[in-house]
Design a protein around this ligand. Structure first.
Ligand code: NI
Length: 388
């Protein structure tokens, strides 16, 4: 049986389902209609499934008599609070909400995987679970909820997930053994000064220059605190203070993100941030508040599973189709939670067309993935299952 030919037969269905989800995006923990579409599709295919797992999650089951092992594939279903600017005929009808991270594609490709496995179920020697996960974008995330709600008891031996990626040519797979994505933490800092007339700074405690010093000093955590070979990112991403040019504000608020791989460094960063905020603000007679929120764990791929995925891709798409040696990236993903207890691999699939360098990035309002890639996800998943 030619998996690629079979996958191409479900390509149109994957595109159709993805466009339908794209047009009707739902935010994290609110994926009710998306879950309903998945349930209807699985019913039509006569694939048994459980719904309402960890919120709106679903688990589809392919049970093989006498099977010793269970392989799972995961697709996430939630969208982002972004106003779409693609101008596509199937653009979001839900104003202010957009599938800008491609989770519409992940869900549709997982339904395509169900279609494909249905066609080759007699050749499976393992059980398969298709995990339709809600709420990837918002900690604590849907993975934790689904595992708590019964997924952890399914006896899953290996788990695989695919994320589309526009900065990569259409159809190309990439991954790596070990650390692949970072732990994404978030923070909010408020510099508390004393406002007044901007022409009389001696009567005020101006939080604006203090905030500027804090931003600069925070950069030393990455350059002076972290070990040089221990990658980290600290980005102050928003900064807000004041209303008009001639008034010094009382406060300045800043938010940002910290990305790390090592647990030790992840522990150290908030303590260093407190030291810096404390020392800088005290030097100027101001004070501060720091809210630091720990996000997902770093995503650590199992080397054996990465190799299985690479070999499954090489078999059907050729040796060059899967680069299993790329550098780690500083994105975050709650797929990391599964990998805490289940060996598995997270894989990126290129959707950037012929000129991926010019493609709009994930999480931007003009993200337009190349639909040509959409049959390759189901083909890879099905072939991993068939080779298991
Ligand atoms: Ni995503």
């Amino acid at each position: 049986m030619d998996i690629v030919q079979e996958a191409k037969k479900v390509h149109e269905d994957v595109i159709r389902l993805r466009r339908e989800i794209h047009q009707n995006p739902e935010l994290s923990f609110k994926e009710r209609d998306t879950a309903k579409l998945v349930a209807e599709t699985l019913e039509q295919l006569d694939v048994p499934f459980q719904s309402g797992c960890g919120g709106h999650g679903l688990v589809a089951r392919f049970d093989t008599p006498g099977a010793q092992r269970t392989i799972a594939f995961r697709g996430d279903m939630d969208a982002l609070p972004i106003t779409e600017e693609t101008g596509l005929p199937f653009a979001s009808k839900n104003l202010g909400v957009m599938h800008a991270c491609g989770h519409d594609i992940h869900t549709a490709m997982l339904m395509g995987t169900a279609m494909l496995l249905k066609r080759c179920a007699d050749k499976l020697t393992v059980n398969v679970r298709l995990v339709f996960q809600p709420a990837e974008e918002r900690p604590p995330g849907g993975a934790v909820a689904m595992m708590r709600d019964g997924l952890a008891d399914e006896g899953i031996d290996e788990i695989y997930g695919i994320h589309v990626f526009p900065l990569l040519g259409t159809g190309q797979f990439i991954s790596r053994p070990g650390p692949f994505f970072a732990a994404p933490d978030t923070f909010k800092i408020t510099i508390v000064g004393k406002g007044g007339h901007a022409a009389a700074p001696h009567n005020n405690i101006d939080p604006v220059p203090i905030a500027a010093e804090v931003v600069t000093a925070l950069q030393t955590i990455a350059s002076r605190t972290a070990r040089p070979c221990d990658p980290m990112v600290l980005s102050v991403s928003t900064i807000h203070g004041g209303t008009v040019f001639n008034v010094t504000p009382d406060t300045v608020e800043m938010t940002g993100t910290v990305r790390t791989f090592s647990a030790e460094l992840k522990e150290t960063v908030p303590a260093r941030m407190h030291q810096i905020c404390d020392a800088v603000t005290r030097a100027h007679g101001a004070s501060y508040e720091l809210n630091y929120e720990s996000g997902y764990m770093p995503l650590i791929n199992d080397a054996g599973c990465v190799e299985k995925a690479r070999a499954a891709s090489a078999e059907i798409f050729g040796e060059d189709s899967f680069d299993a040696n790329v550098e780690p990236m500083m994105f975050g993903e709650d797929f990391a939670h599964y990998l805490q207890t289940i060996p598995g691999a997270f894989i990126m699939l290129g959707v950037g067309g012929d000129k991926p360098a010019d493609a709009a990035m994930l999480h931007t309002p003009r993200f337009i993935p190349d639909e040509e890639a959409f049959y390759r996800g189901p083909a890879l998943f099905a072939n991993i299952a068939l080779r298991a």
